[in-house]
Ligand binder design. Structure first.
Ligand code: AQP
Length: 328
C-alpha cells in the first residue's frame, strides 16, 4: 500500500504523536511503500520565529530518525522542499467550499486560540493537507483521531476532482491505530495530549528520566482508588493504563489484575519506569544524531529528489486535466 503521513516541526514530539501515528509509520515502512514528511508550511499558520523554525525542522528530522523512521526504507522529506504541494493546494482550493472549511473542528479551535492572528492559512490548512496526500497517489494515511476530519475532506476533494476532470486521484483510507488514536492530556484527561499545551500535560519522547517521573506522578487521576479501565468514568486512570499497555505490550486486563490492590501511586511509579526504559534508546540515538548535520542534510536532499519526481508525475496530469497550457 502507498502510505503518506506528516508531522509539524514545531513543539516537542510526545507519546501521543508516537502512539497515535509515528509508531505505525515505523511498522508500515517494513512492508509498505512509505513517504513521511515534516510539514513546515503548515507550521507557518501560527507565527514562528524564522531561526527557531529552521532549527525545529532539523530537530524533527532527527527525532523521527531516532524513533525508527529509516530513510533506506521510506522517503523522508521536508514539505517546502517540494514545490508541487503548494501548487496542488491552490488548484484544490478552487474545488473546496468556504463552508466546509469553516466547519473543521481544528480550524474553529485554532481560530479561537489565535484571535490576534486569524490568517487565511488557518482556514485553508486542510486543503494543503489534502494536496500533501493526493500528490503521491496515497492509499493509506496513518494518523491520530484528531486528523480524521481532515482525511474525510481529503477524500471529498479527491472525489470531486475525479468526478469533474476524470479519475486522477486515489481516495485514501484513514489508518487509525487499533489503540492509542487519542492519547489524553496528563493534566486534563478530557482533552487530547497536545504539544502546544503546558509541558506538564505531556511526556515528550526525549524527556529526561526525572521529568518523566515528575509528570507521571503528578498526572491527574480520578476519585476513588480502584484501578479499572473505564474511559467514561475514570478517564485519568484509563489513559495511564492505555499508555502503559501500549508501551510495554501487556494487555489492559493484565495490568488491572497486576495493580488491583496496589493503588494509583504504585501504578504511576511502575509506568514512569516503563516509560524511562522504553524511551531510553530513542534518547541515546537522538544524542548520536545531533552532531551529524551533513548526514541529515543528505537524507533530506535525497528525500526531496525522490518526492519531487513522484509529485511531478501527478502535477503534469492535474495541469492537463484542469486546462492549463503546457510549456514543454
Ligand atoms: N494526543 C494524541 N493522541 C494520538 N495521536 C495524536 N497525534 C497528535 N496528538 C495525538 C497525531 O500525531 C501526528 C502528528 O501531529 P502533528 O504534530 O502534525 O499535529 P497535531 O495533530 O496538531 O498534534 P498536537 O500535538 O496536538 O499539536 P498542536 O498542539 O500544535 O495542535 C498526527 O497524526 C496526529 O493525529
Amino acid at each position: 500500500m502507498k502510505i503518506f503521513s506528516g508531522i509539524q516541526p514545531t513543539g516537542k514530539m510526545h507519546i501521543g504523536n508516537y502512539l497515535g501515528a509515528i509508531k505505525q509509520w515505523v511498522e508500515f515502512q517494513q512492508t509498505d511503500d512509505c513517504m513521511f514528511c515534516v510539514v513546515d508550511l503548515h507550521a507557518l499558520t501560527i507565527p514562528q520565529n524564522p531561526n527557531a523554525l529552521r532549527k525545529a525542522v532539523a530537530e524533527k528530522v532527527i527525532e523521527l530518525l531516532s524513533v525508527g523512521v529509516d530513510p533506506a526504507k521510506s522517503i523522508l522529506f521536508v514539505q517546502s522542499h517540494v514545490k508541487e504541494h503548494t501548487e496542488l493546494a491552490w488548484m484544490l482550493s478552487t474545488l473546496t467550499s468556504m463552508g466546509e472549511l469553516e466547519r473543521m473542528t481544528q480550524y474553529k479551535e485554532k481560530a479561537r486560540k489565535n484571535k490576534a492572528n486569524q490568517n487565511a492559512g488557518l482556514l485553508t490548512y486542510p486543503v494543503l493537507m489534502a494536496a500533501d496526500i493526493l500528490l503521491y497517489q496515497t492509499e493509506g494515511v496513518p494518523v491520530g483521531k484528531d486528523q480524521g476530519q481532515h482525511l474525510e475532506i481529503t477524500r471529498d476533494i479527491a472525489k470531486r476532482f475525479n468526478a469533474r476532470f476524470g479519475k486522477t486521484f486515489v481516495e485514501p483510507k484513514t489508518l487509525f491505530p487499533k489503540a492509542g488514536a487519542k492519547v489524553l492530556s496528563l493534566k486534563d484527561p478530557k482533552k487530547k495530549m497536545s504539544k502546544s499545551d503546558d509541558p506538564e500535560s505531556y511526556i515528550a519522547l526525549f524527556d529526561e528520566p526525572e521529568a518523566i517521573r515528575k509528570k507521571i506522578m503528578s498526572a491527574v487521576t480520578d476519585t476513588g482508588k480502584e484501578i479499572r479501565y473505564n474511559p467514561e468514568r475514570k478517564p485519568g486512570i484509563s489513559n495511564l493504563l492505555l499508555i502503559y499497555s501500549l508501551m510495554n505490550g501487556k494487555s489492559i486486563a493484565e495490568l488491572e489484575r497486576q495493580f488491583k490492590t496496589k493503588g494509583y501511586a504504585a501504578l504511576k511509579k511502575s509506568l514512569a519506569e516503563i516509560l524511562i526504559e522504553t524511551l531510553e534508546p530513542f534518547r541515546r540515538k537522538q544524542k548520536e544524531l545531533q552532531s551529524r548535520e551533513l548526514y541529515i542534510q543528505e537524507i533530506l536532499k535525497q528525500g526531496a529528489k525522490k518526492a519531487s519526481s513522484l509529485a511531478e508525475i501527478t502535477m503534469k496530469e492535474v495541469r492537463k486535466r484542469m486546462g492549463l497550457l503546457g510549456n514543454e
